[in-house]
Design a protein around this ligand. Structure first.
Ligand code: NAD
Ligand code: MG
Length: 397
């Protein structure tokens, strides 16, 4: 029996993880969960799965949640970041699903890494903010890192079992092929992107996800973050990662080998597949996802991403080459800009303008510690907020 902590249990990835675990009650026990704003969802999870610990954001939330929990659930309710780190690193825990969205996931995920846990990483922002320090901590503390992001999980499955970090050449690998759906705006003209709404941006054609990652998918910033994530997860240079648009999202990513072979991982686009793969690794278990029906596939197509339509992707690739301060800046700016777009304060196309301005102004410092990264993240958010505020004022006039 494995004890599992789910950070961000009320979100899209958190709920899918619970669905997979429910199929295997003899294998997985829910040790602890965290939630943030949706206390009713969190209370339902606690009442149904009876974890030992539930973590919320504030003391008031903890008090409110305690009135929503049934008498047969005797979970201890805690609050705040320190409690998140505790449920991620507790001795009883075997594996941690890191599924908080954004920079808020960094410290709890690092706590799991430093405790040497098996870390199932959905929170790609951790690697974008501090990939080098994060991977150093994984190696130093003997943690096991398994990617949940479908593309990276696919690449993980297509790499040789003895693949050595940062040695693609000696494993016969030419490059990684990161597939992208292109999102809901793949066929719009760049000028039409000015007026798209948050609802249109969140209506992804293939995947059902949280709002932030849905907007990131529409702007292809998600693929940019994944480009940086792939660099750190697999220890490959930027030149060894290529992005391919594959609108059907059936191939989740590929590895091109030097002998001409390409290995692809395929399936229906459903996050329960990578979640089940990571939870049971190296075994294979039922995920609840139906078999891929090849006879229902109308086509399998591939395109190259265009810079004019998806400037955020190219900005992320540039930031990756600039280094840690640039990718931290990009992540911070993007979180602020996406929120401003979801609140209808800025346009969809303004997201790129905010990101560019923050990266250009904030890419130079050398960041050597987590504290320096967090301070830089804060400064970048501050700048992004003021850029968004002046854009918002400009729109209201
Ligand atoms: P979501 O918005 O559905 O859920 C986010 C979770 O984080 C919720 O449980 C929420 O309560 C919690 N949370 C939000 N802000 C928080 C804060 N400040 N402090 C603590 N907890 C907070 O998001 P999601 O789609 O499930 O994505 C989660 C992560 O997984 C993201 O990093 C995303 O990039 C990654 N991911 C998601 C998918 C997907 O299909 N949804 C695929 C690949 C990767
Ligand atoms: Mg992905």
């Amino acid at each position: 029996m494995q004890n599992i902590t789910i950070l961000g249990a009320t979100g899209s990835i958190g709920l899918s993880t619970l669905e997979v675990m429910r199929l295997h009650p003899q294998r997985f026990h829910l040790y602890a969960v965290s939630g943030y704003s949706q206390l009713d969802k969190l209370a339902d999870i606690a009442n149904q799965y009876l974890p030992e610990y539930v973590v919320v954001n504030t003391q008031e939330d903890a008090q409110r949640l305690s009135t929503m929990i049934n008498s047969d659930c005797d979970a201890t309710i805690l609050f705040g970041e320190r409690a998140l780190c505790e449920i991620a690193s507790a001795e009883q825990v075997d594996a941690v699903m890191s599924a908080i969205v954004g920079a808020a996931g960094l410290l709890p995920t690092l706590a799991a890494v430093k405790a040497g846990k098996k870390v199932l990483l959905a929170n790609k922002e951790s690697l974008v903010m501090c990939g080098e320090l994060f991977i150093d901590a994984v190696n130093k503390h003997g943690a096991t890192l398994i990617p949940i992001d479908s593309e990276h999980n696919a690449i993980f499955q297509c790499l040789p079992h003895d693949y050595e970090y940062a040695k693609p050449n000696s494993s016969g690998i030419s490059h990684l092929l990161l597939t992208a759906s292109g999102g809901p705006f793949r066929e719009l003209m760049p000028a039409e992107l000015d007026d798209v709404t948050p609802e249109q941006a969140c209506a992804h054609p293939n995947w059902d996800m949280g709002r932030k990652i849905s907007v990131d998918s529409a702007s292809m910033m998600n693929k940019g973050l994944e480009f940086i994530e792939a660099k750190w997860l697999f220890g490959v240079d930027e030149d060894n990662i290529k992005v391919v648009i594959h609108p059907q999202s059936t191939i989740h990513s590929m590895v091109q080998y030097k002998d001409g072979s390409v290995l692809a991982q395929m399936g229906n686009p459903d996050m329960r597949t990578p979640i089940a793969h990571a939870l049971a690794f190296p075994e294979r278990i039922e995920s609840g996802v139906s078999d891929l029906n090849f006879f229902e596939q109308a086509s399998f197509s591939f395109e190259s991403p265009e810079k004019a339509r998806f400037p955020n992707l190219f900005l992320a690739m540039r930031a990756s080459r600039l280094g840690q301060a640039a990718t931290t800046a990009l992540n911070a700016a993007n979180e602020i800009a996406v929120e401003a777009f979801l609140n209808e304060h800025i346009r969809f196309t303004d997201i790129y303008k905010v990101n560019l301005q923050v990266v250009e102004n904030m890419h130079t410092p050398t960041l050597k510690t987590i504290d320096e990264i967090i301070a830089h993240d804060k400064a970048c958010r501050h700048l992004a907020q003021s850029v968004c505020a002046s854009m918002h004022q400009g729109r209201e006039k």
